[in-house]
Design a protein around this ligand. Sequence first.
Ligand code: NDP
Length: 456
Amino acid sequence: MSAKKRIDEVLATTMYSTPGQAEFYQAVDEVLQTLEPLLQKDKKYTDNNILSRIVIPERQIIFRVCWIDDKGVIQTNIGYRVQFNSAIGPYKGGLRLHPTVNLGIIKFLGFEQIFKNSLTGLNIGGAKGGSNFDPKGKSDNEVMRFCQSFMTELSKYIGETIDVPAGDIGTGGREIGYMYGQYKRITNRFEGVLTGKGLNWGGSLARTEATGFGSVYFADNFLRKVGNGLEGKVATVSGSGNVAIYTIQKLYELGAKPVTCSDSRGTIYHKDGINLDSLHLIKEVNRASLTEYVKAHPDAEYIPVSEYPKDAHAVWAVPCDLAFPSATQNELNLNDAKTLVKNGCILVNEGANMPTTPDAIEYLMANKVLYSPGKASNAGGVATSQLEMSQDASMEKWSFAEVDTKLQGIMKNIFNLSYETAEEFGEENNIMMGANIAGFRKVADSMLDQGAVSKI
Ligand code: NDP
């Protein structure tokens, strides 16, 4: 059977056997389609049915999370942990707390995580979890009670050499703290079971900054490869959370000018450059809306979602050289891609997971816009989480500079591996293909080494 036919068959079976998981199919489709040249070159992957094995999680856990709100009312949410693949190491991947979370979203994120973690060159398997709980608008006590209830169940399935969750949308230092406290209470173990921990109790310096910094390091490597650089470039960034804030900071440090940020309610366009101090204060300290930003900076423009261009995002309508989608999935569509191309954008570098729709990716690449897929460009977060695990295991504490230097090295290696793999298959600059093939090859070879037996 041809590689193409096998890919189509696995996709069809996946859609039939796991209905209603659109984001998961999108992620599987993107990875599998780009593997075709590898599958043609080396028959061992199809001969051993690796495709049909790799799209099924090793284990998925779905559980009820009950907690009591400040009025004494019992609230109920759904908790998830999808332990997708442990061929190269213990499961590792974040926990998303957002009302849109469902099994399909967690599976798409877990699937991406397999290849991302592989690309880091570190021994970490792929997983993801979370809940449809929305921390927004909840008191600290409500968030704490939710996190404690969530961890009471999750604690049965994780451990420092089994599965090490981390943050993601809605899960920051506060949530990790409450979850860690509960894990310790239940198990009586002080161990590196979560990453993104506080600096006083096992966290790593530079972990908070790692995904955003790593994303910009990746962009820098890509631009340099094609004889360009970040210096003097105008950048648009979406989001105003962990990834976006530290992307903006590193863009400034490397000489670019970030002019936008956004949240779920609107977009800020500040022609002179986003004020980082204001952004930190509004988002990290006050947990407020970006409407606060224009109060402090009347020269900036606020565009509410209701005034976005039809079927498009206001961030991508701002002329730029570089675009950094850093909020959520499918936030940059074909209309946005057309606007970016028209405005002369040269690079789309994903900080978020799967922020660019497939037709937008195709359009960007067809128009020679450099495209960095999230599984490569945002891998700095999970890589630094693994550095946190190393420090916890060895009871060491590395300096910010030490961690940041390692992060830069890892991002350079990921870029080079993706670039060289793309070249190996005759597709120069197709980092999406290079990253997918390189990430897949290491995991698939490990699965072959370990034999095809289900867990007992
Ligand atoms: P945060 O929760 O810190 O911030 C998310 C940001 O995106 C907020 O500004 C939020 O706005 C906005 N946002 C979220 N959902 C939507 C939506 N549906 N529509 C519009 N805006 C939205 O999350 P992170 O910064 O940690 O994560 C951002 C992305 O990066 C995600 O795709 C995540 O999976 C990915 N990522 C994160 C890593 C990490 O280390 N944190 C590592 C690798 C990838 P609002 O506050 O209004 O909701």
